[in-house]
Design a protein around this ligand. Structure first.
Ligand code: OGA
Ligand code: NI
Length: 362
């Protein structure tokens, strides 16, 4: 049984295309001019100016007893959530060795022989496994990347058979990584809740308390002979609750939309990039917004990134929390479960912010 049969067209691994050293990319990876990386001349590369990079926030002081420092950090997070939807965190409590091991193990996975990776080929039914497209629309223009997608939580969806088994220690590393990131997300959820003027557990409870979902998407962006015509990942906002991205330490590529410009994120060493997803935009009644982002590719270096998605329990309706709704601030969104919500991106692929916009109350 070939699971790739469920895709509308035969799956082509971008890594294989890249390794074939073709000088031009196939038409189905060529974006229309307005989506190409160079279209908007306002592209800003992260430089020394603070406004040219997403905020970098040191969480160290959250554990001590300096209340002023704690308040300053909370304010930094609040400003970043309101004005950027993105920030980097330093001293987040996850060991740097674990970050390096997680990056290494996935890089090794993508360099295994193709037959081994193919054994994990995914289908659009669950997306779990080794994949090369998002969305099932026939004839769609595709992104220049392959990926691996797996579930950590709920435990009913965690299935080691759908995780890679090579390199042989990888399951332990992936497990440990998930455990630590769930903890860190729980901490950040409390900070967001407090910053919204809510009791610290309100957001987490709205997510279903302990019954949250957590999954990992590891992105592999091969070298691209015509990077000016393609995107590694098209513009989108993350459909889930919150994302912790471990970017490639060597190769930039992530761009965040800010005031209609694309800012290329300059990753800080061993930092996580945190971003607000659509579900927190809905719960916060748009006080926090999920921000569009995309990935550019280049002709000389491949890139690996680990996107960890922290999501609400998938069958509870998500709507603005009642404390944030008032006659003068009516609920902006209609309730929808995350199960229903994520069908959209799974069918149509990444499409900017069109989905969360479609939830707007009439
Ligand atoms: C994602 C994502 C960014 C990156 O996987 O949703 O936005 O830098 N990834 O790979
Ligand atoms: Ni994303």
């Amino acid at each position: 049984m070939n699971s790739s049969r469920d895709w509308p067209e035969p799956i082509v691994r971008v890594q294989s295309l890249s390794e074939s050293e073709i000088p031009v990319i196939p038409d189905r990876y060529i974006k229309p001019p307005s989506d190409r990386p160079s279209y908007n001349s306002d592209i800003v590369d992260a430089g020394d100016d603070d406004n040219d990079n997403i905020p970098i926030i040191d969480l160290q002081g959250l554990n001590g007893d300096d209340e002023t420092l704690r308040a300053t950090i909370l304010t930094q997070i609040s400003e970043a959530c309101k004005h950027w939807g993105f920030f980097q965190v330093l001293n987040h409590g996850v060991s740097t060795q674990l970050l390096d091991r997680a990056q290494d193990v996935w890089r090794e996975f993508f360099h295994l022989p193709m037959e081994i990776k193919q054994a994990f080929a995914n289908s659009p039914k669950t997306y779990e496994g080794y994949g090369s497209r998002l969305g099932v629309q026939k004839g769609a223009i595709l992104d220049w990347s392959d990926y691996y997608f797996l579930h950590y939580l709920p435990l009913s969806l965690k299935d080691y058979n759908k995780w890679p088994c090579l390199p042989d220690y990888c399951r332990d590393v992936i497990d440990e990584y998930g455990k630590e990131l769930v903890k860190l997300c729980g901490r950040i959820m409390k900070l967001l809740s407090i910053n919204l003027g809510l009791a610290e557990d309100v957001l987490q409870n709205a997510f279903g308390g302990e019954n949250i979902g957590a999954c990992l998407r590891v992105n592999f962006y091969p070298k691209c002979p015509q990077p000016e015509l393609a995107l590694g990942l098209s513009s989108h906002s993350d459909p889930g609750g919150m994302t912790l991205l471990l970017p490639d330490a060597q190769v930039p590529g992530l761009q965040v939309r800010k005031d209609n410009k694309w800012i290329t994120v300059k990753p800080a060493r061993h930092a996580f990039i945190v971003n607000i997803g659509d579900q927190i935009q809905v719960l916060s009644n748009a006080i926090y917004k999920s921000v569009e982002h995309r990935v550019i590719v280049n002709s000389t270096k491949e890139r690996v990134s680990l996107a960890f998605f922290y999501n609400p329990k998938s069958d509870i309706p998500i709507e603005p929390v009642k404390e944030l709704v008032a006659p003068e601030k009516p609920a902006l969104y209609q309730p929808m479960t995350f199960d229903e919500y994520r069908l959209f991106i799974r069918l149509r692929g990444p499409c900017g912010k069109s989905q969360v916009e479609s939830l707007k109350s009439p």
